[in-house]
Design a protein around this ligand. Structure first.
Ligand SMILES: *Cc1c(COP(=O)(O)O)cnc(C)c1O
Length: 343
């Protein structure tokens, strides 16, 4: 028995098979661990990156380096651009194991005057127009060690490979160094390495950690169950129950990231009109929840609370027992689970 909240259960053998296959397919992958750690937590991802025996992993921001550096012994790339006003980033730039990302020529000059020789990736401006510079115009100063060029492409497939080719070529012309890319497929990245004769590294987050959904299961504990009658009022908002049934109180709420996605009810006026016409629960003002009970997604009786949710189970469907686990669909890039367990 695990905790009383939301649990992510990993089929460890299957998950690791996917991680291993992905790493072996090449080119050299750079596991990305940032933010909520894709639902697993940064520390666990650092341990897996170590197990994969990759030379480098990446974190999102400077303060995340401390969360992975004990478990992972290789190089740590900080993806968000280095800025002179971030004290964390300043200290980290002196760290032999840390590779900073530079997106402005002025920042490169500032780093080059440090008392050590910081390791840097220089970010090339892509059609995303987020961060980066034009490699043509850049002279890399002696005071830094250029570990490569970084190219962060948009998610769109159309034109993506051509852009990678064009920007990669321009960067290599300015200075020969590895190309670190995101959001290419692995076969595109291998093709790019061939086409440019370059050392290509592919950063992977979602497609690595969450790439085999069958290895992962998310469940919520049933905290309480009450019989309710049609017309009876429940919850903070004292909403009226549309029929007889059960109210099931489940672990998981806004603190876990539930209800952050628009609940699917009344997506359009048309669907609202249809549900009114068919007299569905949607018409009664309820929203579909991510919880599955007796084989179906069930409706929230009201918006989720901070750490629990009220779900309505209509009619004679037998309710789960207190203490049972029911399935809950979570988007693991935004959710926070209470427990991660291995199976
Ligand atoms: C977050 C991030 C990634 C990983 O993104 P996913 O979509 O989760 O694979 C790759 N590259 C950069 C620069 C990032 O910031």
């Amino acid at each position: 028995m695990t905790g009383n909240g939301l649990t992510l259960t990993i089929d460890l053998a299957r998950w690791r098979r996917h991680l291993d296959d992905t790493a072996q397919a090449g080119p050299q992958i750079v596991p990305v661990a940032k933010g909520n750690g894709y639902g697993f937590g940064l520390e666990r991802l650092a341990r897996e990156a170590a197990r994969l025996d990759v030379p480098a992993m990446a974190v999102g921001i400077a303060s995340e380096v401390a969360r992975v550096r004990d478990a992972f012994g290789g190089d740590i790339v900080v993806l968000s651009p280095w800025r002179p006003d971030n004290d964390d980033a300043l200290d980290l730039a002196r760290d032999e194991r840390v590779i900073s990302t530079i997106s402005r020529a002025g920042d490169l000059a500032a780093l080059a005057s440090a008392d050590s020789t910081p390791r840097v990736l220089v970010e090339v401006l892509t059609s995303m127009r987020r961060h980066g510079l034009d490699p043509k115009a850049l002279a890399v100063p002696d005071g830094v060690r250029l570990e490569g060029w970084t190219i962060h492409l948009p998610l769109l497939e159309e034109g993506r490979y051509d852009e990678a080719l064009r920007l990669g070529e321009a960067a290599l012309k300015a200075r020969r160094a590895p190309l670190w890319l995101s959001h290419l497929t692995q076969s595109e990245a291998r093709a790019l390495a061939d086409d440019l004769g370059a050392d290509v590294r592919l950063r992977l987050g979602t497609r690595l950690w969450l790439g085999d959904p069958g290895a992962l299961r998310t469940t919520a504990r049933v905290l309480d169950v009450h019989k309710v009658r049609r017309g009876e009022r429940v919850g903070y908002r004292q909403r009226m129950m549309p029929t007889d049934g059960h109210l099931v109180i489940l672990a998981g709420g806004t603190a876990n990231g539930l209800g952050l996605e628009a609940p699917t009810a009344a997506a359009s006026l048309r669907s609202r009109a249809i549900s009114l016409a068919t007299g569905s629960l949607e018409a009664a003002g309820l929203a579909l929840s991510p919880y599955t009970i007796a084989g179906r997604k069930r409706w929230f009786a009201e918006p989720p609370h901070m750490q629990s949710s009220l779900v309505f189970l209509p009619g004679r469907t037998p309710p789960p027992a207190i203490g049972d686990e029911v399935g809950v669909q979570l988007r693991l890039t935004t959710a926070t689970v209470d427990d991660v367990v291995e199976a």
